[in-house]
Design a protein around this ligand. Structure first.
Ligand SMILES: Nc1ncnc2c1ncn2[C@@H]1O[C@H](COP(=O)(O)OP(=O)(O)OP(=O)(O)O)[C@@H](O)[C@H]1O
Length: 265
C-alpha cells in the first residue's frame, strides 16, 4: 500500500482550475519532487493535502485513511508536516519555543497538568526541550542560539529552523515547499544532504516542491511535473530530463533554462 494515494484531485477557485484531476501516489521511504512553472498548482496541491483547502473533487488517502475534510492540525497529527515557501516562524519566539510548537500535536498533558505545572507536565516539558535542542543541532543550526529569538537568526538558519519544527511532530511524511529558495550553492548542497539524512536516519518520506534543478535532479528518485494544474509527466530524473513535453512546458523555458541549463544537460 502506498503511503499517500491521491485520485482525481481537483481544486477550483471560482472559475480557475488550480488543480485539475491529478492522481498521484507516493511510496513510503521515497524522496519525490514536484516541479512545474509558476502558477502550475504546486502549492495549491500542498495546501489541499494539508487541509488548508478542501478539495473540490477527488480523494486523498494517507496510510489507507481519507484526509478529506480533516483540519490542518488533525492532518498534522496523522503524520504530515510541512514547511512553507515563505518562512513562517514565530519571529518573536525563541528558537527552542518555535521547535516546541511543532511538538504540541503529540503532547499528552492535560490543561490541568499544564495550569498547575504538575510533575507530569514538568517532566514532559523537560523532555520536550531536550528533544528540541537535539533537533536544532540535527538540522545544523550552529552555536548556542536556543534562547535567541527566531528573527535574529540568519536566513539559512531560519530555513533550517522551519525544518526542525516540522520534524518535531515526528512526521511520516515531510512536505517541503521550495526549501532551497534564497540559499547560496553551499547552503543548497548542505540542505540537500540534510534531506537525505532525514530519509535515511529517520525513515521519513519526503515530497518537495523545488525550482532549483540541481536539488531536484540530485535528490529525487521520482519527479512529478505539473503544468496548468495537471500532471503532465512523472518519472525518474533521467526520464524527466529527456521528456519533450516537460522540456517544452518547463525545462526549456527561458528563465528557468538559463538558470539551470548546465546542470540539467
Ligand atoms: N486562494 C486562492 N484563491 C484564488 N486563486 C488561487 C488561490 N491560491 C492559488 N490560486 C491560483 O491557483 C493557481 C495555482 O497557484 P499555485 O500557487 O498553486 O501555483 P505554484 O505552482 O505553486 O506556483 P509558484 O511556483 O509560483 O509557487 C494560480 O493561478 C494561482 O493564482
Amino acid at each position: 500500500m502506498a503511503l499517500l494515494e491521491i485520485e482525481n484531485l481537483t481544486k477550483t477557485f471560482g472559475g480557475l482550475r488550480a488543480i485539475g484531476g491529478v492522481s498521484f501516489s507516493l511510496e513510503k521511504g521515497m524522496i519525490v519532487s514536484i516541479i512545474g512553472p509558476n502558477g502550475a498548482g504546486k502549492t495549491t496541491f500542498f495546501n489541499t493535502l494539508t487541509g488548508i483547502y478542501k478539495p473540490t473533487e477527488g480523494s486523498i488517502k494517507f496510510n489507507g485513511k481519507s484526509l478529506v475534510g480533516l483540519r490542518p492540525d488533525q492532518i498534522a497529527a496523522r503524520g504530515i508536516s510541512r514547511t512553507f515557501q515563505n518562512i513562517r516562524l514565530f519571529q518573536e519566539m525563541t528558537v527552542i519555543e518555535n521547535i516546541l510548537t511543532g511538538m504540541h500535536v503529540h503532547m499528552k498533558q492535560s490543561g490541568i497538568d499544564t495550569l498547575f505545572r504538575l510533575p507530569t507536565f514538568k517532566k514532559e516539558e523537560k523532555e520536550a526541550e531536550q528533544k528540541a535542542l537535539r533537533l536544532m543541532k540535527y538540522v545544523g543550526i550552529k552555536g548556542d542560539v536556543g534562547n535567541d529569538l527566531a528573527k535574529n537568526l540568519p536566513y539559512g538558519a531560519q530555513r533550517r529552523l522551519e525544518i526542525a519544527r516540522a520534524l518535531a511532530a515526528d512526521p511520516l511524511l515531510l512536505l517541503l515547499d521550495e526549501p532551497a529558495a534564497g540559499m547560496n550553492p553551499q547552503e543548497t548542497e548542505e540542505i540537500t544532504r540534510l534531506f537525505r539524512r532525514i530519509r535515511e536516519e529517520m525513515g521519513i518520506t519526503i515530497l518537495l516542491i523545488e525550482h532549483d534543478m540541481r536539488v531536484v535532479m540530485n535528490i529525487s528518485e521520482n519527479i512529478c511535473v505539473m503544468d496548468y494544474g495537471e500532471k503532465i509527466a512523472e518519472g525518474t530524473p533521467a526520464e524527466i530530463r529527456s521528456n519533450t513535453s516537460v522540456i517544452e512546458a518547463y525545462l526549456g523555458r527561458g528563465a528557468v533554462a538559463g538558470q539551470h541549463e548546465e546542470k540539467i544537460a
